[in-house]
Ligand binder design. Structure first.
Ligand code: F0G
Length: 365
């Protein structure tokens, strides 16, 4: 059976969510690589630096680990329609797993604000795909009304079964590090489900005695979409006011994250931090990860940008071990990469002060 090859369902004893294995909908997700990042280790000084590459999942993002669990539950409950609002990856994953389950799916995406690769996936996997003239938050509001009126199962990350699947990379990380969990795990922050789910995974493992401690989980947002950062970081005794969400890391262009409270709890309970990265810092970090022969989408690169800041602030020591969670594959947003290497991505003001570093990663054109 497909689920026997799944990296998520290997942990089914910790996923008490389906009654029968016959309900499991799997595309052989999970079992993603943990890559040493040798160049970034040299440039940051953190010797034990790794990337857990969740972009190596069947639809190219970490969302697959949560969609296999949520679609299995939806299928067992007998729904025929599932739906989500998305910045592109949730919808790609949902569309694929719904198709495998023989269900129809409805996707609401902000028009013109998601990467082409992701839009193409939703269409290819057969989802009814609606582009709405609003942002992610607007799409989510519309969908919340739809699911109250129609027998459609909501698959945004407010769905608890998604978090169950999304906690399993924590177990894989522990396993890949021979049950010595890293000192730090750094994740991008958008709707804040990933940080919440990984926190749950690490905390459950410790409670079960599988591990002796929990890594510090830190969340990094784009400066242009930083509501969590603004709510948790005080500058000059004041909390900042978030601006209307806008970043070219379109996956994390979110103004009102659903799992806000859960993420705050995970950061506080594990002793992690919240950071933010500018457009130039994200682009540079993405190029650096690319030049490792690994690559990721822009939203994933905030992790390396954030690591640099946390090291500079003395919050991460060079002798500590760090895992960056790369959430999406580099092919998800090729347009971004091409624009960067053509020198067309960043404005002069955005790149100010970073020209030399940026130029050094652009010599391949
Ligand atoms: N990285 C990528 C590539 C994403 O697609 C997302 C979220 C995140 C990071 C942030 O994760 O929301 O759990 O904090 N994408 C969602 C979507 C919102 O609709 O695909 P989060």
């Amino acid at each position: 059976a497909m689920e026997d090859q799944s990296g998520v369902w290997r942990f089914r004893e910790m996923l008490p969510i389906v009654k029968s294995d016959a309900s499991i909908v799997s595309l052989r997700e999970g079992n993603t690589p943990l890559y040493p990042l040798r160049r970034a280790a040299r440039s940051t000084g953190v010797e034990r630096l790794f990337a857990k590459h969740q972009g190596m999942n069947p639809t190219g993002s970490f969302k697959d680990t949560g969609m296999t669990t949520a679609l299995s539950v939806a299928s067992e409950m007998g729904f025929s329609w599932v739906a989500c609002a998305s910045t592109g990856n949730t919808s790609a994953a949902m569309a694929a797993y719904a198709a495998r389950a023989g269900m129809r799916s409805l996707v609401l995406i902000p028009e013109g604000k998601i990467a082409w690769g992701k839009l193409a996936q939703s269409l290819d996997y057969g989802a009814l795909t609606l582009q709405v003239k609003t942002d992610f938050d607007g799409c989510f509001r519309v969908l919340s009304e739809v699911v109250e009126r129609a027998p459609v199962y909501l698959l945004n990350s407010v769905n608890p079964y998604r978090l169950e699947g999304q906690k399993t990379p924590a177990m894989e990380i522990a396993e890949q590090m021979e049950w010595e969990v890293p000192d730090h795990v750094i994740v991008p922050g958008g709707n804040l489900a990933n940080s919440s789910a990984l926190g749950k995974g690490f905390l459950e493992m410790k409670r079960l005695g599988l591990t002796t401690r929990v890594p510090k989980i830190s969340v990094v947002q784009a400066e242009g979409a930083n509501p969590l950062y603004c709510s948790m970081v005080k500058t000059g005794g004041k909390t900042l006011e978030p601006v209307a969400a806008n970043t070219r890391a379109s996956a994390i262009r979110i103004g009102n994250p659903a799992s806000w409270k859960k993420a705050v709890r995970v950061i506080q309970e594990t002793g992690g931090w919240v950071e933010q990265a500018s457009e130039a810092e994200i682009a540079l970090a993405k190029a650096e990860i690319g030049a490792e022969g690994i690559g990721c989408e822009p939203a994933s690169a905030v992790t390396l940008a954030g690591l640099k800041k946390l090291v500079r602030q003395g919050r991460i020591a060079r002798e500590e071990s760090v895992v960056l969670v790369l959430t999406g594959h580099t092919l998800k947003d090729s347009e971004y990469t091409i624009q960067y290497h053509r020198g067309k991505l960043l404005g002069e003001d955005e790149a100010a002060g970073m020209e030399a570093e940026i130029e050094a990663t652009r010599r391949n054109t």
